[in-house]
Design a protein around this ligand. Structure first.
Ligand code: WQD
Length: 346
């Protein structure tokens, strides 16, 4: 049985994907530098899937170590590459960190894969590549718009690097998965999102406000041209996102791909506004959420939700959980990790 390398496998989406891979009988090796995760995530993965994956703490920016890893692990049947920096605001402040970590590392991994025979590569991309798309729902052939941040640019350029490499290396097969907004946690409450510091994303900020860790949620603008004035996104349960990675990997391992570089949207196909997400929290928990309307956040698009037809028909995958399902899992997870935690500094 070939091993599957999962870079960033202790992170939010990575850890949920490792669970699904192990549930399907794959042997997994994780590389993670623990910059945005912790080693005890391995315990949660083991409790859920009954198996502790091999883990190597390694910073993929160290090219020699990447080379040594691939030289040691010769029977890697596929790579799912999550390891990357992902904070939009931070990328504006520190672009070179993002270009090195998200693109330099990508080049090193592809260089190692090309030394092997047939290779299968799954890339974490993002709906951010569409910018503000002209039409909703967004299809995979919607034009890629100029990136609003270095983070978004690394996703666009990352896809280009893979596409160009696949074009002249037929032995490399790759799939880019464009995530919309992954949220929630594993229903077992053994793994979930562990945002460091003040959360940038809506969901962890909501659950941290709900549990009293944050004073109040700021809704970034209610004067957008949408039904209730707040931005619309496609919030998708992280377990659904994880299952899509297994479907994509199997597609490549079974050589069902029709081209050696393919792209799929990962969303539910349903858009929800910020106020609707708050409504979901209040419905699921029975608690009012303390929020205020604040000024718009720079760089936010008005709306983004996925056309999921290609992933449904070609990948044979469809998101199953609703916004409320994901919200409940996020709330259960927040309650578990905050037992006894003092209020964090705001
Ligand atoms: C969602 C909506 C905010 C926080 C980004 C990246 C994407 C992916 C997920 C990494 C927006 C509003 C948020 C808050 C708010 N990145 N909001 N108050 O910006 O759609 O996507 O994160 O995986 O690639 O682009 O997600 O959760 O930050 O924001 O009102 O405190 O919630 O304005 O409308 P976003 P988000």
């Amino acid at each position: 049985m070939k091993k599957i390398l999962v870079t960033g496998g202790l992170g939010f989406i990575g850890s949920h994907t490792v669970v699904e891979l192990q549930n399907e009988g794959f042997e997994v090796v994780i590389i993670d530098n623990l910059s945005n995760s912790s080693e005890n995530v391995l315990d949660g993965i083991e409790v859920i899937s009954g198996k502790r994956p091999v883990f190597e703490k390694l910073d993929l920016r160290e090219k020699q170590k990447v080379q040594a890893f691939f030289a040691e692990h010769s029977n890697i049947g596929g790579v799912i590459h999550f390891a990357a920096s992902k904070a939009v605001g931070e990328s504006v402040e520190n672009p070179l960190l993002y270009y090195e970590n998200n693109l330099g590392v990508l080049v090193y991994i592809l260089q190692e894969l090309l030394k092997k025979g047939d290779s299968n590569f799954i890339f974490s991309s993002s709906c951010t590549v569409y910018g503000q798309a002209d039409q909703m729902p967004i299809t995979e052939d919607a034009p890629v718009k100029p990136a609003e941040s270095p983070y978004g640019n690394t996703k666009q350029v990352g896809e280009e690097i893979i596409k160009d490499t696949c074009k002249v290396n037929p032995q490399l097969a790759a799939i880019a998965l464009r995530y919309f907004n992954p949220i929630g946690a594993h229903p077992s409450v053994e793994i979930g999102e562990l945002p460091l510091g003040v959360p940038q994303n809506l969901l962890p900020f909501i659950t941290q406000t709900g549990i009293g860790l944050r004073e109040q949620l700021s809704v970034f603008g209610d004067d957008y041209p949408t039904e209730d004035g707040t931005c619309i996104r496609d919030y998708i349960h992280v377990v659904d996102v994880a299952k899509a990675h297994v479907a994509a990997l199997k597609r490549l391992l079974n050589t069902e791909n029709t081209e050696n570089f393919e792209v799929f949207n990962l969303g539910t196909g349903k858009g929800s506004s910020v106020l609707e997400v708050i409504g979901s929290f209040e419905r699921v928990t029975g608690e009012k959420l303390n929020y205020r309307i604040a000024p718009r956040r720079e760089g936010d698009v008005i709306q983004a939700y996925a056309d999921t037809k290609k992933a449904n028909d070609v990948l044979g995958w469809k998101a199953k959980s609703t916004l409320d399902d994901a919200m409940k899992s996020a709330w259960d997870w927040e309650n578990k990790i905050r037992k006894g935690t003092e209020k964090a500094s705001v």
